[in-house]
Design a protein around this ligand. Structure first.
Ligand code: DQA
Length: 151
């Protein structure tokens, strides 16, 4: 049977959400986002593997796991967005539909954040919509998964 699990992967410092620069990232914690993401996924008919790591290699292992076992993948690579060719390569190799997500609008911030190393390896990017972006990413991913299954 086709996988009904969506992997939601979060990169460095996102464990600090709630207290980390709340004027940029808001006051919602990662645990709150996890609960809301799982609830919305359940409504959409999916289970969620929701994870966070500060380590680049761990995120790469999880992208590979998502490729092997997941129906789709949402990733907020944190600062690795701007630096990681290794994550770009892992995402390029990953077969299921995939979405990059940022709480903030990286184009409206410092110059060093305006380039995403990873965005060219995913189907779409959602940014600047805060914690609600995770919900929008799930909805977008569901339609990507379904349109790919139908074709
Ligand atoms: C972020 C944006 C990145 O530039 C930053 O390094 C993060 C969070 C976001 O969600 O807005 O850690 O990915």
């Amino acid at each position: 049977m086709a996988s009904k699990t969506i992997y939601v992967l979060n990169g460095p410092n996102l464990n600090l959400l709630g207290t980390r620069e709340p004027e940029i990232y808001g006051t919602t914690t990662l645990a709150d986002i996890e609960a809301a993401t799982k609830a919305r996924a359940q409504e959409l008919g999916y289970a969620v593997e929701f994870r966070q790591s500060n380590a680049e290699g761990t995120l790469i292992d999880w992208v590979q796991e998502a490729s092997a076992k997941g129906a789709g993948l949402i990733i907020n690579p944190g600062a690795y967005t701007h630096t990681s060719i290794a994550l770009f390569d892992a995402l390029t190799a990953a077969k299921p539909p995939k979405i990059e997500l940022h709480l903030s609008n990286i184009h409206a911030r410092e110059a060093f954040r305006r380039h995403s190393m990873t965005a060219a390896a995913v189907d779409g990017v959602i940014m600047g919509l805060g914690a609600a972006g995770y919900r929008f990413a799930l909805e977008a991913l569901k339609s990507l998964i379904e349109s790919r299954t139908a074709s």
